[in-house]
Design a protein around this ligand. Structure first.
Ligand code: ATP
Ligand code: MG
Length: 192
């Protein structure tokens, strides 16, 4: 089992590079953003709760988010057997600790963390552009600014957490999608 965390700020390209990773490595993709947006679309109870946080640029509370992730892992036990791309999770130190425990319970661990590093100005630019087509309630300048603040205060400390675990691979996340993926491949293959 090979588990990969794709890590980075909003708009850093986690979803885009995940598509390449799925095609190349046959891993199971779990995007917590996609999971939550699916609940919002279906109008579930969870969707209603998630919507209020997401539209406000905030994170879903850890306990709830960790339960959601555990549920996705349990429901897809077969499909996740070769390994998983975790996209959008963990976003806090508490989530990272919980992931470690959840994987250990399944006889597994995180094998590499791909950290997509992109300057804030470029992130804002990309997200404002995406907002024109995505229809996402969080892709407007006010919410984008808030999401970046949340990223810097709550999520970016994870970089040091994973550096300390010897798992962090820094990837320069500006430039062409192909060039970025070539760097990701090198980092993944070095640990396979
Ligand atoms: P990218 O553009 O790089 O794919 P993103 O930040 O635009 O990333 P998602 O990962 O889709 O978007 O997440 C959207 C929102 O869903 C977050 O801003 C947050 O409110 C919520 N969310 C997703 N994952 C988590 C998590 N692990 N913990 C808490 N909230 C989360
Ligand atoms: Mg995404």
């Amino acid at each position: 089992m090979f588990n990969l965390v794709i890590f980075g700020a909003p708009g850093s390209g986690k979803g885009t590079q995940s598509e390449r990773l799925i095609a190349n490595y046959g891993l199971y993709h779990i995007s917590t953003g996609d999971v939550l947006r699916d609940h919002i679309k279906r109008g579930t109870e969870l969707g209603k709760i998630a919507d209020s946080y997401i539209s406000d640029g905030k994170l879903i509370p850890d306990e709830l988010m960790i339960n959601i992730l555990a549920d996705v892992l349990d429901k897809n036990a077969d499909a996740t057997r070769n390994g998983v791309i975790f996209d959008g999770f963990p976003r806090t130190i508490e989530q990272a600790k919980a992931l470690k425990v959840m994987l250990a319970e399944r006889g597994s661990q995180v094998n590499v963390v791909i950290g997509l590093e992109v300057p804030d100005e470029e992130l804002i630019d990309r997200l404002v552009k995406r907002g024109k087509e995505s229809g996402r309630s969080d892709d407007n300048l006010e919410t984008i600014t808030k999401r970046l603040e949340v990223y810097h205060s709550q999520t970016s400390p994870l970089r040091d957490f994973y550096v300390a675990e010897g798992l962090y691979a820094a990837i320069h996340g500006s430039g062409s999608i192909d060039d970025i993926f070539a760097d990701i491949r090198k980092a993944v293959d070095a640990r396979k």
